[in-house]
Ligand binder design. Structure first.
Ligand code: SF4
Length: 179
């Protein structure tokens, strides 16, 4: 029997390659939990796109709460941090913690994230945070570096083919104002 994997999805384009690579090896469900996304209209666009991808891929998609106030509270004092800095670590941690809590509550054994598709993200750092959180919750963590083996251009191609919305900033208000 395949192990149950809860795959954190930050956006549809980044999830395309992960679904292609992992969905057959595991009993996979997606988890959209991204309270970092600003503004709410952008959140809705990314969520709609993830729902469309899940439908096209026959993937169960779970949707977490859009608790933006909690996210802002978590990154208070880190507003001026550059991308890949401490604010991003906190942001990854918050999203992976919610993924782990949901996985535990719903009987998943493994967690992973599609965040490593982006060439702008440090996969080593993301995997290290993910491993730590999975360990704390008694779960397995699946390390990935989805941008490797042309994963990123493949995600661009698949997004085009599936007509998925592609954003031009990471997600939070601080990344938007530095576009
Ligand atoms: S830049 Fe991206 S990863 Fe970093 S805090 Fe903002 S939304 Fe989160």
């Amino acid at each position: 029997m395949k192990k149950r994997l809860l795959l954190h999805i930050c956006c549809a384009p980044d999830a395309t390659v992960a679904i292609e690579e992992l969905a057959d090896d595991y009993d996979t469900a997606g988890f959209f939990y991204n309270p970092n996304i600003y503004p709410g209209t952008e959140y809705d666009k990314r969520l709609d796109s993830a729902i469309n991808l899940a439908a096209a891929s026959d993937l169960v998609l779970k949707v977490g709460q859009y608790d933006a106030a909690r996210w802002f509270e978590a990154v208070t004092g880190l507003e001026a941090e550059p991308e890949k800095g401490l604010r991003c670590d906190t942001c990854f941690r918050m999203r992976m913690e919610e993924t782990a809590r949901t996985a535990m509550g719903e009987g998943f054994e493994i967690i992973a994230t599609v965040l490593t598709t982006s060439p702008h993200k440090n996969a080593e750092k993301i995997n290290s945070i993910g491993q730590e959180i999975a360990y704390e919750h008694g779960l397995e963590y699946l390390s990935t570096d989805l941008k490797k083996k042309d994963g990123f251009p493949r995600s661009v191609q698949l997004s085009r083919e599936l007509n998925l919305y592609r954003q031009n900033y990471c997600g939070c208000i601080f990344s938007k104002t530095r576009e």
